[in-house]
Write a protein that binds this ligand. Structure first.
Ligand SMILES: Cc1ncc(COP(=O)(O)O)c(C=O)c1O
Length: 395
């Protein structure tokens, strides 16, 4: 067996299950989960229809690069959403959800033969980044988020000697779990570091369509373009339909950016078997071409934040995020203890923040917080907020 597999950590939800094993949830209340970040709004009918109308495609092997029509639809969406022109022939590739692509890119980019191959990741973070680094033969260096600066990542935690050996940097904007959006200044600094040290930037933007204010979050390609980097050198952005269009089960997304990196990625994917099914490609074209369902989706998330925050804010420290569908709330007691009491007393599941982060210098930047995924219906989210507030008041 590959010994690197032994370096993988259990997934946060496995850890949560183990931690909650002895807990008996209050049987008098119906269960509510704000634990898993799985979108639960209904899949739009036109996407379901497009999928079944193209089942004939099952009789053919799809190409790994995807159909020209799909790559064109992705490029057109990038043009509308990010005001950036990309070449659909060389700068876009369909992927089966951003998760597999975030993992696979590390296998393409990392040269494990170079001394101390390093991947830099925010902390807390989406655990795939760490697993991807470890299985590529690299190790992770973490940069914690700074609560005092709206959870922006504190890149000064990465010493120059570490940047020098860094081959890949993951960024996540809007962030999971914090919802923080990266600024142009932050992008400029990271591009400068990438130019100096030659690492690739993987920009995870899978929450980029769930924005809560008036302006859509700045994406990596747009930041590059504003800064005159029209070739998107060493930058790959990851987009996904899962959250945007409520199709987490369809497994559809794309990557876009540096043509040279994508050429190598396409080669890798040809061997790995990363082609997207033809019916999924057609349903994806329909989804990327439509904006009205996305606006409706955003409105529903906004309503949840509007209803839930006035219940929580009088009792716990929690801010409206820039974007995404999570609240990153401070707990008055240890986060695992808080999650346990909430399940036991109020039959409500939340994710302890410490499970989403790694301790650095004895401090876990997720400790003392819980992630609340506002993915349930509005009434259920409101009910859950009431239960959380009741628990806090009882402590
Ligand atoms: C930060 C982040 N990136 C990527 C993903 C993967 O999403 P998908 O593979 O559905 O595109 C998730 C899923 O929850 C996520 O939270």
């Amino acid at each position: 067996m590959n010994p690197l597999l032994n370096r993988l950590q259990p997934y946060p939800f496995e850890k949560l299950r183990a931690l909650m094993a002895g807990v008996r949830p209050n049987p008098d209340l119906p269960p509510i989960s704000l634990g898993i970040g799985e979108p639960r709004h209904p899949t739009p009918e036109f996407i379901r229809r497009a999928l079944v109308e193209h089942l004939d495609g099952l009789a053919h092997y799809p190409s790994t690069a995807g159909s020209a029509a799909l790559r064109q639809a992705c490029a057109a969406w990038i043009g509308r959403r990010h005001r950036v022109t990309v070449d659909p022939g060389t700068q876009v590739l369909p992927v089966n959800g951003s998760r597999e692509a975030l993992f696979a890119l590390a296998q393409v980019v990392i040269d494990p033969g170079r001394p101390l191959a390093t991947v830099v990741s925010p902390n807390p973070f989406y655990q795939i980044y760490e697993g991807a680094a470890l299985l590529a033969g690299a190790h992770c260096h973490f940069a914690p988020v700074d609560a005092a600066r709206n959870f922006a990542v504190d890149w000064s935690f990465v010493p120059d000697a570490v940047w020098q050996r860094t081959q890949l940097l993951y960024v996540c904007s809007p962030g999971n779990p914090t919802g923080a959006v990266m600024t142009l200044d932050e992008w400029e600094r990271l591009f400068e570091l990438s130019d100096r040290h030659g690492f690739v930037i993987a920009s995870d933007e899978c929450y980029g369509e769930i924005w809560l204010g008036d302006t859509p979050p700045l994406g990596g390609l747009e930041a590059a373009s504003i800064l005159g980097r029209h070739d998107f050198r060493r930058l790959v952005m990851f987009s996904s339909l899962s959250k945007r269009s409520n199709v987490p089960g369809m497994r559809s997304g794309f990557v876009a950016g540096d043509a040279e990196v994508l050429k190598a990625f396409l080669l890798y994917r040809t061997y790995h078997g990363g082609a997207m099914g033809p019916a999924v490609q057609e349903a994806s074209i329909a989804a990327w071409n439509d904006e009205s369902h996305v606006a409706g989706n955003r409105a529903l998330y906004r309503e949840k934040f509007d209803r839930v925050l006035p219940i929580l804010q009088p009792v716990i420290k929690v801010a409206r995020p820039d974007a995404g569908f999570y609240l990153w709330a401070e707990t008055p007691i240890d986060d695992v203890e808080f999650a346990r009491s909430l399940l036991e007393t109020y039959n409500c599941t939340v994710l302890p923040g410490s499970l989403l982060a790694r301790a650095q210098d004895g401090h876990n930047p997720g400790a003392g917080r819980v992630r609340l995924a506002l993915v349930a219906g509005v009434d259920e989210c409101v009910e859950a907020a009431g239960r959380i507030a009741a628990l806090v008041r009882s402590l």
